[in-house]
Design a protein around this ligand. Sequence first.
Ligand SMILES: *[C@@H]1O[C@H](CO)[C@@H](O)[C@H](O)[C@H]1NC(C)=O
Ligand SMILES: *[C@@H]1O[C@H](CO)[C@@H](O)[C@H](O)[C@H]1NC(C)=O
Ligand SMILES: *[C@@H]1O[C@H](CO)[C@@H](O)[C@H](O)[C@H]1NC(C)=O
Length: 382
Amino acid sequence: MVLVRSTIFALVTLQLLNSINCAPVNQSTSGTTTQSNSISTIKAIGTSTTTATTSPLTSSKTTTTLSSSTSKTTSKNHFQVYLQVYLQVYLQGYLQVYFQTTAKSSPTEKPDAATDKKTNADDGKNTADTSGTTGVASRVSVSTSKTACSNKKVDFTKNLGGWKEEYGSTNLYEITSQGLRMKLLAPNEYIPKIDNSTGLPYNLYEGTGPTFNPPNYMQYGKFTATIKAAPEGGAVTAIILIADNGDEIDYELIGADDQHAQTNYFWGQQPVVGVNGGIHDVSGSIYSQFHTYTINWTPEKIDWIIDGEKVRTKNMKDTCSGGVCKYPTHPARVQIGLWDGSRESGTAEWAHGPINWSKTKVISSYIKELTVECNPEYNTIS
Ligand SMILES: *[C@@H]1O[C@H](CO)[C@@H](O)[C@H](O)[C@H]1NC(C)=O
Ligand SMILES: *[C@@H]1O[C@H](CO)[C@@H](O)[C@H](O)[C@H]1NC(C)=O
Ligand SMILES: *[C@@H]1O[C@H](CO)[C@@H](O)[C@H](O)[C@H]1NC(C)=O
């Protein structure tokens, strides 16, 4: 009964939160809208607290995927976002436990104890765990079927190879001899501001950039992207693996920070900010030259590899404590994007921005080629 009451409480609270959050949102009705893509959303969470003075609970950020360029009311504060995420996680957990205790255990589901023991005892060698889940993740979402994944090499000098711009915006990219040119367009008005609480600059309005998604998901595997980043401070070229539950593995190439690449990962059920990032040297300019950026994601570890050289490894077992491994395990998509990190002062500082739109109206980055190799143990490969 306690369980049922808690569940109802969580449901009601979620609905309340949603109604609060949705009230001011003005959904766009035409093609003349600007977008705030999911990459920028997640990056904004992941990076804004690199400024110690920026409180993640009070700084506002855009969380809806579509916002009209005239309506600037589509932001939630971090508190609401986190509360919502936690409630969703707890609610899922409750329901899972509820069904496990009231219904007969399905033979395809592993008992939690066994999974936890495996996670703890196997020291990272649990390749037989075909659910691909660990720790708490196995309780919240147990996937038993394989992911439909496509081994692919896309030559972006020819076409999009099945990748699609998230909102179908055709003005934000073009196919060129250098590959897919992603375009970040200036906002209608450039209004630089100073954030009174941090003393840092930001822009009142952000530019609009594209986000590309592939048709397929991949649960473990490898991708390599050949990219030339956008040069202007405040512009972020991103190539990431992102799951529907928020698990994420990233490269972020920051304008005005030549010869560096940033890496990060998030455990979707409890995304922590300013904790899991890394900064790595790149030999040669990330703006004026193409470099290859690889992520090799296995159940045991994540390797980040630039120009064929491993720059970082994160072992799954090093993410575990108290039987919970905070490691990305869910089927994810390779997402490519170019976004403006200028609208929140902490993010703008991290991104070496805000963008000075009086110098330029269009900022570009290029992706020439992308290969995806799905892990055959966890994916049905086409
Ligand atoms: C939403 O947009 C409509 C039409 O542009 C406008 O009349 C309305 O006041 C807006 N609502 C909010 C909450 O901004
Ligand atoms: C920030 O400071 C400026 C200049 O002192 C002031 O005009 C403005 O009202 C302040 N804004 C906020 C939100 O406090
Ligand atoms: C933006 O660039 C212009 C032209 O180079 C310059 O005059 C202006 O001071 C810059 N603005 C900021 C806020 O740096």
